[in-house]
Design a protein around this ligand. Structure first.
Ligand code: FEO
Length: 400
């Protein structure tokens, strides 16, 4: 049975929710699923804006058919060609053979890469600033390369002042019937997943996000319709402000994230002692992660959130503990910068981790590595307590 919602008088949400999915992109754990948003505009022409993942394909097709209410589908706008949004294109072509596809010059080669149907006579190629009238509505296309693939564009409805913003302003988590931001407590229930989505999926492309935000600032936007998560129809400055901060790689909060790896509890003990010392210095905003039990996507999200990061790990095979190494590589790949980092290392016969982690951090752009660090051999001894106290004092001075 169809299951869609009205967004405005002539716009419908016709997407679907996937709560069976374990891993987004087969990498990122999803405990609360994800939504694939698709929008149908019913004007003199009927226009579908993006499709959906195959996992919700049947529901999506039923929704489109029901919302069309006997009309045919004239156009499909393809803002993004990643399969979580484009997978149903060939099914739409089969059902609506007269449908034309609106995309940019980079969209159509990707359609031919993913699908085998004949595009002849179906292509409407648009470029930056082009407009397209559907009757009452005028649509205007805004290129958004690398947010988050090169072919990405956004579609702005000049009539209703709605920006169909592709992956931007999206988030993990399935929609629970409430599809609008003012129907949910976003800050309480969605922000952490929105941050994890942004930082891991789009985090590398901060410069390109900044460029799109500048273009968006020139538009009168009353509603943001992303491809994942709630539609924004109030308080747009809130989510735009978050994107601005994340894409500038500015921390959201002054605070300390302690990410530790520990094989037998001794490095963990050092991390716990530092956390207590920070608390005694008056630091209240402390977040701790045992990286062996926390998915790296959560570590990345909190690395974007906090101003100060403490990395603690033992030496392993004369190198960096593998899970810490993986986290550091992700941090580098996602271009995190502007953080202050302190390192705690351990090793029973040849402790190398402090030096090796510090070297990796110093190879990243615009990271501030604290001179003070602490290295233990097997376990914390009295003589290291002063070093830990001194490090805690220095971090606290910066954070408070
Ligand atoms: Fe939700 Fe880049 O796809």
């Amino acid at each position: 049975m169809h299951c869609f919602r009205k967004v405005t008088d002539d716009l419908y949400w016709v997407g679907g929710n996937d709560r069976r999915i374990e891993l987004f992109e087969n990498i990122f754990p999803l405990s609360d699923g994800v939504s694939y948003n698709s929008y149908l505009l019913l004007d003199e022409k009927t226009v579908l804006i993006d499709s959906a993942d195959y996992a919700v394909g049947r529901q999506f097709l039923e929704n489109v058919k029901a919302a069309l209410d006997g009309r045919s589908l004239d156009y499909l706008i393809v803002n993004h060609m990643e399969p979580d949004h484009c997978a149903m294109i060939d099914e739409l072509v089969l059902r609506y053979p007269d449908m034309q596809i609106i995309g940019n010059a980079k969209t159509f080669p990707m359609i031919s890469q993913f699908f085998d149907f004949d595009l002849e006579g179906k292509k409407v190629i648009v470029k930056e600033g082009d407009t397209f009238s559907t009757g009452k509505h005028t649509l205007h296309f805004v290129m958004a390369p690398m947010v988050h693939w090169p072919e990405v564009m956004m579609t702005y409805d000049e009539t209703d002042k709605i920006l169909f913003c592709a992956d931007a302003f999206g988030t993990f988590k399935a929609l629970n019937g409430n599809i609008f931001n003012d129907e949910v407590d976003f800050d309480r229930d969605w922000l952490d997943e929105a941050r994890r989505y942004y930082t891991n999926i789009v985090g590398k492309y901060g410069m390109q996000v900044q460029s799109v935000l500048k273009k968006a600032a020139g538009l009168d936007i009353q509603m943001l319709c992303p491809l994942h998560g709630p539609i924004w129809r109030t308080d747009l400055d809130y989510i735009i402000g978050k994107y601005d901060k994340w894409s500038r790689y500015e921390p959201e909060e002054k605070g300390v994230m302690i990410a530790y790896a520990s094989m037998y509890g001794n490095t963990e003990n050092m991390a716990e002692i530092l956390a207590n010392l920070l608390a005694e210095e008056g630091v209240k905003n402390i977040c701790m992660h045992n990286i062996s039990k926390t998915h790296v996507s959560e570590l990345i999200a909190d690395s974007f959130k906090y101003s100060h990061i403490v990395l603690a790990a033992p030496t392993y095979n004369n190198g960096i503990y593998p899970l810490m190494d993986n986290y550091l590589e992700d941090m580098k790949a996602l271009a995190l910068k502007n953080r202050t980092i302190a390192v705690l290392g351990n090793g029973s016969w040849a402790p190398q981790s402090t030096k090796l982690i510090s070297t990796k951090i110093s190879e990243m752009k615009d990271m501030s590595l604290m001179v003070a660090n602490v290295t233990i051999k097997s376990s914390v001894k009295d003589e290291q307590m002063e070093e830990l106290k001194s490090l805690a004092r220095q971090i606290a001075e910066e954070v408070l």
